[in-house]
Design a protein around this ligand. Sequence first.
Ligand code: BGC
Length: 880
Amino acid sequence: MLNITEIQINHLKEPKGISKNLIIGWKIKSSYQNVLQTGYQFQILGDSSFEQVLYDSGRIESEKSQNLFIDISEICRKSLCYYYVRARIWDNYGEESEWYITCFLTALLKEHSWKADFITAERLRDKIHSPATRLRKEFIVKKTLKHAFLIASAQGLYQTFLNGSRVGNDELTPGWTNYNKRLLYQTYEVTDQLVPGVNTWSALVGAGWYKGDVSYYRIHNFYGDYAAFSGELILRYEDGSEECIFTDGSWKGADSAILFSDIYDGETYDARLEDGKWKENGYSEEGWRETRPTHQRREQLNPQSGSTVRIQERLDVKEVLVTPKGETVLDFGQNISGWVHFHVHGKPGQMVELICFESLDSKGNVYTDNLRTAKQTIQYICNGRGEEEYDPHFTFQGFRYVWVKEYPGEVLANQFQAYALYSDMEKTGDFHCSDPLLEQLQSNIIWGLKGNSVDIPSDCPQRDERLGWTGDVQVFCNTACYLMNMHEFYRKWLCDLASEQREDGAVPHVIPDVLALNQPDHYCGASGWGDVAIVLPWILYQETGDKTVIYQQYESMKAWIDFVQSHVQDGIYSLGAQFGDWLALDGEEGSYHGATPAKFTSAAYFAYASRLFVKMAEAVGHEEDAEKYRTVYDEAIRHFHGRYFLRDGQLSIQTQTAYVLALSFQLVPEQYIERTINRLVELLRQRGMHLSTGFLGTPYIMHVLSENGRIQEAYELLLKKDFPSWLYQVEQGATTVWEHWDGRKPDGSMWSADMNSFNHYAYGAIGKWLYEVCGGLKRDESSPGYRHFYIEPYPGGNLRYAESIHESGYGRIAVRWEKQKNQITLKIEIPANTTATIRLQQTENVLDCGGLIFEKTENMFAADAGSGKYSIRFQRSTDR
Ligand code: BGC
């Protein structure tokens, strides 16, 4: 039986807000092994009863089942309209599948421009404060409705309602972009929320990133002075007529019960100010004021088709504690990004005050110093009208613990829940193994990703920072792509990156860029940070096989390479402010900078980035560029060899990171590889097999060891439990990855509070090694998107089993090995229309080949496999 089990459009399921192109891909299921698609047909339809076929590919003899590109601008011409895609396939067994159908909703298309005003009800005094305001309007649905759609955006953050009920389930919309150039809008179907006759449309608007504080400079009004809302409601009647209601001067506005809301500081809500059913029909607008339009360039509006922030998980209180100082604290057992949802029964004017924080101090008391100036405080003033329930609106907190500073009555666990908020991305990967500490590390990595994916990829979610630090994304994005479907989330951020790039190609340190305002030259152009402009498109391309990201970012990538190149003279990189191997342990006491010179990390990264750019230029057929930048790459290598390799083949910089980058980025001349790896191991041994690497060296150190025959040393390093190591923090009770190897020191004291995040995913980049090497599931660079991949597990470190699971565009890939004495059973699952090469290293004999043909080369057995499930048993030659 041959089936299509899912169709993704632009790597999303049933996306909303599609404007121009479709990238179509489907997953195939069959009861046979070795299934390859031989042909497909897909259609785009104007209705679900297949009467209006707008496009028909006809039967095409092709194996392609991913990344089928189609420009729909001439096919789907109606704004805010559902269109359908259906596909069927044929395979190498002569089977034909049924049609599989899915849909997408178009955005506001070119011919319909955004009519609505951005309206505000804020007053002059609100400019420097951050209250939220209310907006409302009644309107009439005149005839029987067929469909109704709502599109909305804001300068600030909005929640919108129809007849009192919330539209959609997204939070913190319209998200954070470079508002000076791009503002997103969301698209919702709202047919069921409307009634014939009178209806009320309302909205709450808060400051958010637009005018609330951003960055540790606490800049207020970064993008504008007044928070404003804009929306259009398109009513499509049964009789074919259409009407549009939109925000304009006829709306009225008023203050709200949200007296204050700020991304870093939290929210203050006075429930006594709730004045009845303002979101519903018939409410008296007495005392409400006129609204006025603000300025917004309509062409900056772009539809968002996925990855909006949502409440994704709800966590119960694990324990209610009373600290030695007498503070009442809720422990949710997990460090998250989100907010506290609570119930309270109080008298009018009584207060709930909650302070969210990450860690208790060494004595077990509340510790908020590492939040720096971020207050992370929720204040709720009761109205006393019975049971009250609260969710913050326009803020989020990074926390595991909550200090209940004030609360009327007894603090009971069941009155509180922690809501984890993060961008909506399908979970696509997992890793498990027999070591509980590694299991916890994996959980910490996943929670690090969740907590730092609140609309933008951030460095941390708790202190007065929470910025899109480019370096952090650069080192972690590969691991992230194994764990979640990051495509839309990263694509959005890359658009902002390109829009924020300086004329000379320099990439700001944070995207959206809120730092350069202070010191333009200081806040851009760092190696390893700006290189995200190249590395991220490359990783996305590797993960999905979709070249559109390369096309989208092409000019940005080229500009970055040109920028760096313009700062090199005879192999010496003079790039201005650099972070180098940030937070490495081999730097001077108290310094954030590691010992590896920034000129070295710049040289290494430049060679790496230009090599990747050449590959991407080739992938999209830009031969001339490929040629030109190959010369740039060759030159970079020549200079690197000349500057950093001594005559005897020794690297002139004696740090772990220097060795790691040179090996990982293929910068070591062939004849010196062995001595280089030997020396790296020596450097590790000098530190008792501990690492001293920072942001730039850490992601690669394990790979460098395992790729160069040092798997035993890799496991030794991985399984270290004393400082500095990945498992040190796990043993210290971490539930997310820490910014510092010793965020909390063995004696319980803390690293300096000025930079001590307990939710910083950079060192979680070890995840990639767990999935690829320990679990054994690895992409094939020459066949992006998992069309072909490798299964090459490296059992070791006394692990009894390990497994890597990944939901690729083609379907589920699973690898699990289990060890009994020196025999290993390997169970694998390969999705239809893909192939894999299985490589069994250090193997003496394959005892059960699972129907595959293994060939022996030196110490390895290898077999090619088509789709299906296999169970293989083999005997290891050595435990190395
Ligand atoms: C951030 C980092 C970032 C670094 C660069 C820090 O404040 O939290 O993760 O990459 O600055 O200097």
